[in-house]
Ligand binder design. Sequence first.
Ligand code: HEC
Ligand code: HEC
Length: 390
Amino acid sequence: MRTALLAAALLAALAAPAAAQRLLDWSEAEVALVGQHGPWPLPPARDASNRISGTPVGIALGEHLFNDARLSGDGLMSCATCHQAGRDWSDGRARGRARVDLDRRTPSLWNVGYLHWFGWTGAGDSLWAQSIRPILDPLEMAGSRERASRLLREDKDLACGYERAFGTKPDGDDERLLVDAAKALAAFQATLVSPRTRFDDFRDALVAGDREAAARYGLSEQRGLKLFIGEGNCNACHFGPRFTNGEFGDIGIAFFVRPGEVDSGRLGGIATLAASPFNLLGRYNDDPSGISARRTRHVRHLHSNFGEFRVPGLRQVGRSAAYMHNGGFATLEDVVRHYSEVSPDRLHSDGTPLVRPLGLSAQQSTDLVAFLRSLDADPPPRPAPSPLCP
Ligand code: HEC
Ligand code: HEC
């Protein structure tokens, strides 16, 4: 017992000065900037436009539907075919694959409930509207209103789950039932919150002034974080606890899909949003206050939206390669090289560019990647979905 105590004291004495040396100097301004990337996790997301958002029965129905291939035209493809739980809710591919290779990458669904624009170009203004898109898209699940509503009416478990979630039997018209299915899907997806990471431990320790705990974060990670919030200006767009401001940016990624065909990015997304019967200005918004529709009401086409894509959140980023809307980069090293060498001529936005070639040294690039990797953590194992009608 005595020896164990002595050994522990000796170890602590040895560790303390070394640990103290491993904390870089952090100015008050830097501590404030780091603090803005937390705390994590955020409180659960609630969506006023979705009347079953946050309800356990709605979430359970959504999880069952998420894994149900009968929503697709040929009965072979579910949401989980592309958004795989074991792959951080993406598919590990550069571009989505369905009947054909898609032009864009399958985004991870971590923390999707906190967004206000959905998809790479913001073509959806709610999580439920965004969840209708793949069901109806002939290139993806190729389902239909009729198919989705028949499934809810005729499958005994789903019909029972529907009644518990919505308080009525599934006897609305086909389109309304499709929307309700999507609202359940949204309720489920909003629960996909990424786990705490080593960065979060550092951030909390730094903010609390706990130098010893903060010093557990690697030196390379600390230097990378300083670049991220400093010279790199990364946090201008990758802002807040999710590391995205939820808006759109142009960082000079190629927008040619194939010779002669471009992905116009946000510009096209706004047009799709405006034409959608499922946007928040339409009849399926459950929010009587109208507040949830405010952003949609004020969207305007601007030429500068051409070539803009939604700023991705960076939590779990090291686990969900490839990168960018077109999967153009295979590794985080490639992404950092892009920011180091980006040609200002490639940026098409008007106004002051937030991105400029950083000309990073090899050490700085390594540091930035080390920091990005500190935003990864193994998620806890998922419990089996709760039964719809126990
Ligand atoms: C064939 C593969 C595939 C299937 C199946 C699929 N998705 Fe996706 N998902 C994608 C791709 C690709 C995108 C990017 C679309 C875009 O922005 O153009 C995407 C985007 C999304 C987004 C937006 C995420 C964000 O960060 O804004 C959500 C939400 C989503 N899918 C949910 C679903 C749901 C729910 C289903 C099932 C009803 C589903 N997906 C089925 C490939 C797929
Ligand atoms: C002008 C806003 C802006 C700034 C500044 C910015 N980014 Fe980005 N970032 C974006 C956008 C937009 C994308 C997606 C572009 C696309 O898909 O075409 C992106 C993509 C990424 C990705 C890929 C994520 C994924 O899931 O595909 C990483 C990693 C990244 N940025 C890190 C950084 C780092 C590190 C910095 C600083 C050196 C930085 N960003 C600065 C807007 C920005």
